[in-house]
Design a protein around this ligand. Structure first.
Ligand code: ZN
Ligand code: ZN
Length: 155
């Protein structure tokens, strides 16, 4: 079992955060915004309850954009090193997407699916072991169910 809270921070260390409840799921997002934001092929966010997330050190700056699905999104980032920490919907829908690479301990992170596969880089292989969705899933229940089945956190 992974111990809570999950803790992490930005690359320079000015921002630190804690997550006090188990994430709902972890997946890979291949949307064009994630590719631009991270400068890579995809992002690997953990979906957490907004109420379970708090910055324990530093104040983030905020950037807003329109997602590939057409929703308004905001991102918290470090004003010093520019590292994105978490994203959410505008208005906030009760959930945040925390970028898993900012966690101190990423050993438990195992994506259960790939979304926005229609814009994924052709050289990245999809696995039959993961769920897949061409765009934004309309129902995340299978993702949540499969993440719970990994048994990393107490239910
Ligand atoms: Zn920083
Ligand atoms: Zn994305």
């Amino acid at each position: 079992m992974v111990a809570l809270p999950l803790v992490g921070g930005c690359q320079c260390g000015r921002l630190r955060y804690a997550i006090t409840q188990p994430p709902l799921m972890v997946y890979n997002c291949h949307c064009t915004n994630c590719q631009a934001i991270g400068g890579g092929a995809f992002s690997t966010p953990a979906t957490v309850l907004e109420a379970s997330f708090a910055f324990t050190q530093g104040e983030p700056r905020t950037f807003e954009w329109t997602s590939d699905a057409g929703n308004r999104r905001f991102g918290w980032f470090c004003g010093d090193c520019g590292n994105r920490i978490a994203h959410g919907q505008i208005p906030v829908a009760g959930f945040l997407s925390v970028r898993c690479g900012t966690l101190d301990d990423t050993s438990w992170v195992e994506p259960v699916g790939d979304i926005w596969t229609r814009s994924k880089q052709p050289w990245f292989p999809l696995s039959d072991d993961r769920l897949r969705c061409e765009q934004q899933p309309t129902d995340y229940a299978p993702f949540i169910e499969r993440f719970r089945a990994q048994g990393r956190f107490p239910n």
